[in-house]
Write a protein that binds this ligand. Structure first.
Ligand code: NOJ
Ligand code: CA
Length: 707
């Protein structure tokens, strides 16, 4: 456009007495840009660019309501506001200490040009690592409450990208990731749900975070931030149009997707954009889009490693219930009378001894309380569990006293069996009981279909339950590690008592899944998908990879060295050493590789992703808080790999002792998984090392300054 055309254009606009509005905003580094407008019929849309190339093409946004006309056409822009922001905040625990939150924001105020002239705002934030936008429904006359039957946010892709996806299940995220072209996404055609205790996939949609790679080599990941008082978002796949639309999880009881009271702000819809896959992992966009800490000091929670009476139930050595023989393969309770109860006083003491002798701080005990005999596959799970009454063979006080004597911290376990109303009734006393006994954190669980029938794990009703748990727990200074949770959306910034969660196919599937367990590509995919949402209680550390004494047909599909590397790669402020104490012994002594688990940090001041490709491999180095120790973890899929690593992240002028735990030359996840070699060398900032990873293998390195 030449100068005259610009002048003419402005002249035309002023003749129409149109106000000129800001309709685009760029990231501080100028690389990410979004544009907003309404089309000829007043329908709002946005576009996203990276380095001037379109990454999200014209995408319309709108809503449908049960109690009102849809938000679709007839909107005009009445005002826009540009702001910028740059702040650095500290994580009380985390992947790093300091987080920079720097963005430019554009708030668009819309109004209907026809009656009832409703108001609607959209706020966009552009960061160097992507964008987030949310809808705001301002307070206005005549509307108090809106019942949303559909949120129609489009994400219009610019190509048939490669996608790493799990189905848009309304009840569970515990699926294997699929790697396909966008046009080959087929969530409804998936099989292999037989090991899921609750699953509902109503249409061809995916759950988030969903990560993609474009033909130009750009990485995109779609998710949401600050999911509060709203339903989880799945993304419906429209193959022909290379388009995704938001599909909120519904409720058969509300017969809609979400009910909101004005004023209301939805969660942020997020798109992380990166040139290197590893930059997605380093991105703090999801956290930055959440509100600052609302609960104050959380030093009652100490990041830690823990052991537990847990894996032995999953591999079938013992059971949760007192006299049954629960079978995790089929989720049934078998015939009675074969008492193999895991949570006995004696067994707990055995784990406590192992923990205290090997530098492990925590102990989790599952199956300690009554109710497990009616746990799985019963319709009536309301009122089954109570969270105060131990089984007869578990002397709660004696275990607590012994743990205290040995300096071990006990972690509570509350399996709610997806009966949240029962849990809400008992929460108050259950949390007091914990605090009276000096217990500061609890692993919660939601196995089964939600009671009442018609609600789903990822719908608004449950989102509010999970939130209530965080709030009530915060009041009592209790930290939460939820299994079968709602997805992480960065709320740990606001509620840092949300320490970890499951929300993926965890280690347990290797113990009993009938499909062969998690394939070697699982975790190199998880690192670039699920892990972008937040901490994962994956429970690594299996040393007895094949556990043939218990199950011939199941095994872990990685090498032992990879199990060690996971403590660094998969982030969580609590990390389990999940195997049985006896499985950590070799020739009457603790296995030398356990030293890595004893040494590895769980709370970090810095994180660097050194290399990686989604679904293939990844190498991460993390610096421990309050020490100068670094730890490095590298994992690969079913392919052996040679990876060059530079130690330039280390401090200047320091010598470090690096203890390298690596796959032996003939190691292989299936034929020789436990073959591990341990070397010690001196490294400096100038060192370079070539890592040799076996098929399904890994390398773990502890790097400690020499005095
Ligand atoms: C499923 C959880 O993921 C697992 O860790 C736990 O052992 C069982 N539920 C029992 O609560
Ligand atoms: Ca689970």
């Amino acid at each position: 456009m030449n100068f005259l055309a610009v002048v003419f254009g402005l002249f035309l606009m002023s003749c129409n007495s149109t106000v000129v509005h800001d309709q685009s905003v760029s990231s501080p580094d100028g690389k990410v840009k979004m544009e907003f407008d309404v089309n000829g019929s007043g329908r709002p849309f946005y576009r996203v660019f990276y380095n001037d190339k379109t990454v999200i093409d014209t995408s319309y946004v709108g809503f449908e309501f049960k109690n009102g006309k849809a938000f679709k056409d007839n909107f005009k822009i009445v005002a826009t506001t540009l702001t910028d922001h740059d702040e650095t905040w500290q994580m009380p625990w985390g992947e790093q200490l300091e987080v920079q939150n720097r963005y430019n924001a554009l708030k668009i105020s819309l109004e209907e040009e026809v009656a009832p002239n409703r108001k609607w705002d959209i706020i966009f934030k552009t960061y160097d690592d992507g964008i987030g936008f949310r809808y705001a429904f301002p307070e206005q006359e005549g509307i108090k409450e809106l019942v949303i039957t559909d949120e129609n946010t489009q994400f219009n892709l610019t190509g048939n990208h490669k996608v790493w996806w799990i189905p848009g299940d309304w009840d569970i995220y515990e699926h294997l990731y699929n790697e396909t072209l966008f046009t080959d996404i087929d969530a409804l055609g998936l099989s292999g749900h037989e090991n899921l205790n609750a699953t509902y996939i109503p249409e061809n949609a995916v759950n988030t975070p969903v990560t993609m790679k474009t033909d130009d080599g750009l990485y995109l990941s779609f998710h949401e931030a600050d999911l509060t008082d709203y339903s989880g978002m799945t993304l419906k796949v429209h193959k022909e149009d290379l388009l995704m639309t938001s599909e909120l999880v519904g409720s058969d009881i509300l017969k809609a997707k979400a009910k909101i009271t004005l004023p209301f702000e939805t969660p942020w819809r997020t798109i992380q954009i990166a040139e290197k896959a590893g930059d997605l992992i380093e991105s703090k966009l999801i956290l930055n889009l959440n509100e600052p800490n609302a609960i104050g000091d959380v030093s009652y929670f100490t990041p830690m490693k823990y052991v537990g009476i847990w894996w032995e139930m999953h591999i079938g050595k013992s059971t949760w219930d007192l006299e049954g023989s629960q079978d995790m393969n089929t989720f049934t309770t078998g015939k009675r009378g074969s008492s193999r109860h895991g949570a006995t006083t004696e067994n707990a003491k055995k784990y406590i001894d192992f923990a205290s002798e090997n530098g492990i701080k925590g102990l989790l005990v599952e199956g300690w309380n009554t109710g497990w005999d009616k746990w799985i596959n019963t319709e009536d799970r309301e009122g089954v569990f109570d969270f105060m009454t131990p089984y007869a063979d578990y002397d709660f006080d004696a275990v607590m006293a012994y743990a205290k004597e040995k300096g071990v911290e006990v972690i509570m376990h509350h399996e709610t069996s997806a009966a949240p109303r029962t849990y809400e009734k008992q929460m108050d006393v259950a949390y007091d009981f914990m605090k009276d006994n000096g217990i500061n954190s609890v692993k919660t669980g939601y196995v089964g279909k939600i009671i009442p029938k018609g609600e789903y794990h990822h719908g608004q009703w449950m989102v509010n339950h999970y939130h209530k748990v965080l709030e009530e727990a915060a009041k009592k200074e209790i930290a939460i590690n939820a299994h079968e949770p709602i997805k992480a959306t960065g709320k740990r910034r606001t509620y840092p008592n949300a320490i970890s969660r499951e929300g993926l196919r965890g280690q347990e599937f290797n113990a009993w899944a009938t499909d062969g367990g998690n394939p070697p590509s699982h975790l190199p995919t998880v690192a670039f998908t699920r892990m972008l949402a937040g901490p994962i209680d994956f429970t690594p550390g299996v040393f007895n990879i094949k556990f043939d004494d218990y199950k011939k047909e199941n095994q872990v599909n990685t090498t032992l060295a990879q199990q060690l590397a996971l403590y660094v790669v998969i982030y969580s402020p609590i990390q389990m050493a999940c195997d049985l104490p006896e499985h950590y012994m070799q020739d009457g002594k603790v296995h030398p590789a356990f030293q890595f688990i004893t040494d590895v940090g769980v709370d970090w001041s810095q994180t660097k992703v050194l290399n990686g490709e989604v679904g293939d491999y990844v190498t991460i180095a993390r610096k421990e808080r309050n020490t100068d120790n670094w730890f490095l973890g590298s994992i690969t899929d079913e392919n052996a790999r040679t990876l060059d690593v530079a130690f330039d992240f280390l401090d200047d002028g320091k010598n470090y002792t690096a203890t390298i735990y690596k796959d032996a030359e003939d190691a292989h996840w299936n034929t020789n998984p436990t073959a591990i070699t341990i070397d010690t060398i001196t490294v400096t900032k100038d060192s370079k090392l070539t890592l040799q990873l076996a098929e399904g293998g890994g390398t773990a390195i502890s790097i400690v300054p020499q005095e």
